[in-house]
Design a protein around this ligand. Structure first.
Ligand SMILES: Cc1cc2nc3c(=O)[nH]c(=O)nc-3n(C[C@H](O)[C@H](O)[C@H](O)COP(=O)(O)OP(=O)(O)OC[C@H]3O[C@@H](n4cnc5c(N)ncnc54)[C@H](O)[C@@H]3O)c2cc1C
Length: 369
């Protein structure tokens, strides 16, 4: 465990017992070394692991998981990344910056399949400009490791095949919750697609047993796991009032350059569900600070309710997007309307002026465009 976390646990008088745990009964945990520990409440937080896909099994040397690539001691000359979710995009950016020839492959028609499509298209453009080969709409169908380089056969939507080659392959197809072999059957907890079902306060169907983080079917994010843990612990301690996280108020943050950050409704979701919305977009290139620091690439997109003007969703691609998103999220959480942000004086020059402008833009009153 990270030394800083160990220090914090010790400082807060949390006993850390190292060992592989298995639930034996409610309140009773067995450890792999034969010890047994007891506690009135159990919080299951065993996390997740990289999904292995048949035909693309990790060998941990040439065919890598996200754990393997983080432990890598030397850099390959070339790398194929299969899967353009958040982890695939972040590693594409990092490895390309290190000078590695990166080919990024994604089965669906956009990188970041769970982000806004316009934002994803901008990221693909930026990646391509930076030298990354981005192949969206291409499914990896097989892998041949017999040569010096690994050859991956891809098929597009029409079944047309092509082969790409690289020294190593990083497979980031998704993650699986670690819910097998932890004794859930001993206390009668059944999983759904591997995830542990929870109700208010992240309590499972069994009282005094809670589950948080990647073992629960909420976004697999560190800040989600932390908040869920906080809600469960506050409840156990007898002073919890918050029952669950509002999933529409969870920020998504992707750490490449340009960064991507978002929360709430996407345009594709609105269209699919017949939700009325007004879309307002403002470019980084019209903000003085962005131009001054040579970060004029990017945009902020806001979806609002055309009648109530409520903020429904916000999507940012650009420099420091993962910081900027929080002003909009605070506004949404506090039930502010676009005018409240539009009226607030924002420092000049600052990137956050883009938020003031996009909110002015929702009523056609943006100034610097
Ligand atoms: C490459 C990568 C990058 C990421 N980047 C981000 C990011 O930028 N921002 C973000 O918000 N999220 C990010 N995530 C996701 C984030 O790491 C997870 O959502 C978060 O760690 C989940 O927390 P958790 O406590 O549920 O599980 P984990 O952090 O995985 O912790 C689970 C722990 O339980 C231990 N364990 C498992 N089984 C047992 C057992 N039987 N007995 C005892 N111990 C056990 C494991 O060893 C592990 O230490 C990233 C994930 C990856 C893989």
């Amino acid at each position: 465990m990270n030394k800083g976390i160990e220090f914090l646990l010790k400082k807060n008088k949390v006993e850390l017992i190292k060992g592989e745990a298995r639930i034996e009964n409610v309140g009773k945990i067995g450890l792999s070394d034969g010890r047994t520990i007891y506690g009135k409440n159990i919080i299951i937080a065993t996390g997740s692991r990289p999904s292995a896909v048949p035909g693309f099994e990790f060998d941990h040397q040439r065919v890598l998981s996200s754990n393997d690539i983080l432990a890598m001691q030397t850099l390959p000359k070339s790398l194929i990344i299969l899967g353009a979710g958040a982890i695939g995009c972040e590693f594409s950016y990092v490895m390309n910056t290190f000078g590695i020839k990166v080919t990024l492959v994604e089965m669906v028609d956009q990188v970041l399949p769970f982000e806004d499509d316009e934002i994803a298209a901008q990221l693909k453009k930026a990646f391509t400009k930076s030298g990354i080969d981005v192949l969206t709409g291409h499914k990896a169908v097989s892998m041949d490791k017999s040569g010096k380089d690994i050859a991956v056969t891809l098929a597009d939507g029409n079944g047309k095949q092509q082969v790409v080659e690289a020294e190593k392959v990083l497979c980031v197809f998704g993650r699986r919750p670690n819910t097998e072999d932890i004794g859930l059957e001993k206390i009668g907890i059944e999983t759904e697609k591997g995830y542990i079902p929870v109700g208010a306060y992240y309590q499972t169907a069994v009282s005094h047993v809670f589950a948080i983080g990647d073992v629960v079917a909420t976004p697999l994010l560190a800040h989600v796991a932390s908040k869920e843990a906080e809600i469960a612990i506050e409840y156990i301690a007898g002073h919890g009032t918050e029952k669950k996280i509002d999933v529409d108020a969870i920020p998504s943050a992707i750490y490449c350059e340009p960064q991507v950050a978002s929360f709430g409704l996407r345009e594709s979701q609105a269209k699919a569900n017949g939700i009325q919305y007004k879309k307002t977009v403002f470019p980084y290139s019209a903000i003085g600070k962005a131009v001054a620091i040579d970060k004029g690439e990017g945009l902020v997109k806001v979806l609002t309710d055309p009648t109530s003007r409520e903020i429904l969703g916000c999507h940012i691609i650009g420099h420091d997007a993962t910081e900027l998103i929080h002003e909009l999220l605070l506004a949404k959480s506090a039930e502010l309307l676009p005018d409240d942000i539009a009226r607030m004086v924002h420092a000049h020059p600052s990137l956050s002026e883009i938020l003031m402008e996009v909110m002015r833009g929702t009523s056609g009153e943006a100034i610097h465009i």
